[in-house]
Design a protein. Structure first.
Length: 340
């Protein structure tokens, strides 16, 4: 256990090292921070921190740098995430508010996060694996032509045109509409597709073509919705911090390009009371990212699975700013996409 003053010294070392990339000594701490004690006292605190493996000497100089464990204690001791400035919040509203669709919104999101944090930014594309069928509508366009409309609880609408071998009257179409909604409504896309496929074999010939087309549409949507992918921006930020990595950053870039690695890591990260999750250094070693820190927050669109956005960078990261940025943008996305 370390004292409150020692924790304050750790915070000072982290902040100064993140800002300067230079090992921090006791004299520097006394000059830059109002501890009201001598440099000798600060050296004693630093010795305790070193015994706890929270800081380390990179070489024989008197300066110290945080360890992965030190960064973890620093992040866990953050009693409040520093809020973004009014200008930064306005930038989020303005820049993202100009998006015309989801694809553009997510592309703008990663660019904005990269600019706010000076790190590599990633956004998990929302998937529809949890979307359910709300309603199936059939519209007669001609005696042998029917428009099938599939409406999901996420607001997604799919339309398919079906050419029938035999004409179908309105009464038959009404019966089919009722039957389709009995089978599909409330079910996930995948489950509804399986149920309809099973129904086709025993269905009246007048119904079979419509059921077959709708089942194929649902199956197609289920396949698309299971696809997880990431949108990435700010790779240049990672390259600019190359000296913060002991070896080549090639391995880091390869791990990031292998999107399934980051998606699995995202899935293991549980958010804290601030709505943010942070994994530091060696905590990411099993994913090939042992020299990086990952900061994420979650956002949600009704009818879709929870998705994450975040940043990947060196352990020498401005954690408070990164946490505030990803949290603010995630909240904006949840609010905006929920309203729309």
């Amino acid at each position: 256990m370390v004292s409150e003053r020692s924790l304050a010294v750790l915070r000072a070392i982290v902040q100064d090292y993140v800002a300067s990339r230079e090992p921090v000594g006791s004299k520097t701490i006394v000059e830059r921070h109002a501890f009201g004690v001598s440099a000798a006292t600060i050296r004693n605190d630093m010795a305790l921190l070193e015994e706890e493996e929270l800081i380390a000497a990179p070489h024989t100089s008197s300066g110290r740098i945080p360890t992965d464990k030190g960064y973890r204690v620093f992040v866990d001791q953050l009693t409040d995430v520093r809020p973004l400035t009014q200008a930064q919040r306005q930038a989020i509203e303005t820049f993202l508010g100009e998006s015309s669709d989801l694809d553009e919104l997510l592309a703008r999101t990663v660019r904005l996060i990269a600019q706010l944090t000076k790190q590599l930014a990633v956004v998990q594309y929302p998937s529809f694996t949890s979307a359910r069928v709300r309603h199936v509508e059939l519209v007669s366009l001609a005696p042998n032509r029917v428009l099938c409309i599939l409406i999901a609880d996420s607001g997604q609408v799919e339309q398919r045109l079906v050419e029938l071998e035999q004409p179908v009257d309105e009464d038959t179409l009404a019966d089919l509409r009722v039957r389709l909604n009995e089978i599909a409504a409330g079910a996930t896309m995948a489950d509804a597709a399986i149920a309809l496929s099973g129904e086709v074999r025993s269905a009246d010939r007048r119904h079979a073509a419509v059921m077959h087309t709708l089942a194929a549409t649902l199956a197609e949507q289920a396949r698309v919705q299971r696809t997880d992918r990431l949108v990435v921006a700010g790779a240049a930020n990672l390259v600019r911090t190359e000296q913060d990595f002991a070896g080549s950053i090639l391995g880091v870039i390869e791990a990031i390009e292998e999107q399934v690695v980051l998606l699995k890591l995202f899935g293991e990260m549980a958010t804290d009371e601030h709505g943010v999750a942070v994994r530091i250094g060696r905590e990411n070693a099993s994913f090939g990212l042992g020299e990086t820190s990952v900061v994420t927050s979650a956002f949600e669109i009704p009818g879709r699975d929870i998705s994450r956005l975040g940043v990947v960078g060196p352990t020498r990261m401005d954690y408070s700013n990164s946490m505030a940025a990803v949290r603010a943008v995630a909240r904006y996305l949840s609010r905006t996409l929920g309203e729309s």
